[in-house]
Design a protein around this ligand. Sequence first.
Ligand SMILES: [Zn+2]
Length: 194
Amino acid sequence: MSYCEYCRKLPLGNIHRTYHDTKYGIKIYDDHELFGRFILEINQAGLSWDIILKRETEFRIAFDQYNFERIAHYSEADVARLMNNKGIIRNRKKIEAVIHNANQVIALRKEYGTFFAWIESIESKNTEEWVKLFKKNFKFVGTEIVKEFLFSIGKLEGAHEKDCPMFLPLKKHYEITHYYKFSLFSSTFFICTN
Ligand SMILES: [Zn+2]
């Protein structure tokens, strides 16, 4: 069963249903939220998305509302604090990668203005090229992580199945935003009516 099919059978209010209907495949214009999604995708490596979604609130609190300016300056004491937090994923490599990546986001913002703008500035790469680019800039970015991150933020098409009610509106959104690259469409505009 595909993720779309699985989610659409769930009752409204279920975390997967909400994620599928209101977040998955939808662009994130806010850099802190964008970095937050990146954190979640990195932490999913080797685990189920279910575990990550259930801990999203804890992640958000533990990582200062995904404020990469703060995360970039995390000390060894912060790493210890996170390693003791049962609400998140206590994996030192993942935590250190997030801190490193926060610094990289700051560097990219100096050049491109925003993390979002950096991602949007990159055109038509295949997965392999995307992974290469991510590996050049970030840590803990294997093929699956990069692919899922780009699906989840609507940069790569493929989040939703063709028969999913989210597919067509997002395809349209994808095409429009690729044409008017930096226009500000609301990311909460689409509501699944299935
Ligand atoms: Zn779907």
